[in-house]
Design a protein around this ligand. Structure first.
Ligand code: SF4
Length: 371
């Protein structure tokens, strides 16, 4: 039996953030109940021939729905699949949609990792992003999670909306560390067409940071977090040693994973599939028609994926593994690699090709040259 991860998409939120382009909706309990009914059917109809090492409930905001719906779905996964005793089981939550009672239920059910959408330590930035919580809520949420026994707590942050207050940032990270966080994800704000933030920028109501300013902020955050004890292991991810996210690591290692729920992706037995992203279709289609897109990855696609995903990590691309897949990148891209090395963009070290950490911010351009 090979190993795999399970991703469960919970597409409900209590309100829509201004920058959000994810499949997430504000819906009533009736729709939520129907959704979870379908989700459980979908899980039970899948071929359970993999050993599950990680489970991730993402969204949306899983903590915005009734706790018993999440607990039941986790039970379904555990009954249907062979789940490892030491599986990492993550739940995404917003700081203002949890309380001690809920967190206790999650913990008792078997969730052992909480990932909070904190986004900023400054109320003005949170308001600008259309978040409904305050910076202080995040500290309370972490404290509560710790008090009910979670020892693996992650926070998500967004940079690029407005200039960071460095003093507030560093003090807040230190306080969070003291309260018990073990992991931090830092994302650069993306302005997606169709979002309220995109419209606000377009009509001049808001001016986000320039590319140059964002690069400076990213480099600052990278340094600050490393100085505060969180080592960077991927473009957007920092952790205390041993607390790296195993679920995401599986994606970057080109591992297999099931995806359940609206717009979820799966990669199993060399087939990549994507569920419909229309909620109505998800609710009314028979289970066998939920997949909207499916493709079998050939040799070249697998090589491209491996290069793209591995280069996101600090460890980099394992050249021997790539060679075993039939691609000698050092030979095929000799001139490009030499030029990138001369410009201190990448390095080849101990059998791995890596992007220099201070060039992660332009990794997309570098990766494009190498595939
Ligand atoms: S909480 Fe997350 S998923 Fe929900 S609207 Fe905000 S950004 Fe989107």
């Amino acid at each position: 039996m090979t190993n795999a991860g399970v991703y469960v998409h919970v597409p409900f939120c209590s309100s829509k953030c201004k920058y959000c382009s994810f499949a997430s909706f504000v819906q009533n309990r009736d729709v939520q109940n129907k959704y979870f009914q379908k989700l459980n059917q979908e899980i039970l109809s899948s071929t359970a021939n993999k050993h599950i090492k990680t489970i991730f409930f993402g969204g949306g905001t899983p903590s915005a729905v009734r706790a018993d719906l999440l607990v039941q779905t986790l039970k379904t996964i555990r009954t249907h699949f062979d789940v490892s005793n030491d599986a990492e089981i993550t739940l995404e939550a917003n700081p203002n949609s949890v309380d001690k009672h809920k967190l206790n239920i999650y913990k008792q059910a078997g969730f052992n990792r909480i990932s909070y959408g904190v986004q900023s330590f400054e109320d003005e930035t949170l308001k600008l992003l259309g978040r409904t919580h305050f910076a202080s809520d995040a500290f309370c949420a972490v404290e509560m999670a710790k008090s009910v026994g979670f020892d693996n707590i992650s926070i998500d942050l967004i940079i690029g909306a407005r200039q960071l207050n460095k003093e507030v940032f560093e003090k807040s990270i230190l306080k969070m560390k003291h309260l018990g966080i073990t992991h931090i994800s830092v994302y650069i704000l993306m302005l997606e067409e169709g979002t309220r933030l995109f419209d606000e920028v377009k009509c001049g109501k808001l001016t986000p940071l320039s590319e140059e300013e964002v690069t400076k902020e990213y480099l600052y955050v990278q340094n600050a977090l490393e100085n505060l004890g969180f080592w960077q292991y991927e473009i957007s991810n920092f952790a205390l040693k041993g607390k790296e996210c195993r679920h995401n690591q599986n994606y970057w290692d080109s591992g297999e994973y099931y995806g359940f729920g609206l717009s979820s992706h799966s990669y199993l037995d060399e087939i990549r599939a994507e569920n419909t992203s229309f909620l109505d279709d998800y609710l009314r289609f028979p289970i066998q028609n939920l997949v909207a897109f499916k493709e079998e990855l050939g040799k070249n696609e697998k090589i491209t994926e491996k290069i793209m995903l591995s280069l996101r990590t600090v460890r980099g691309l394992n050249l021997k593994e790539l060679e075993n897949m039939g691609h000698d990148i050092l030979k095929e891209k000799e001139t490009i690699i030499k030029a990138l090395e001369e410009n201190n963009m990448i390095k080849v070290e101990n059998g791995f090709l890596k992007i220099e950490k201070d060039k992660f911010v332009v990794s997309n351009q570098i990766i494009l040259e190498l595939i």
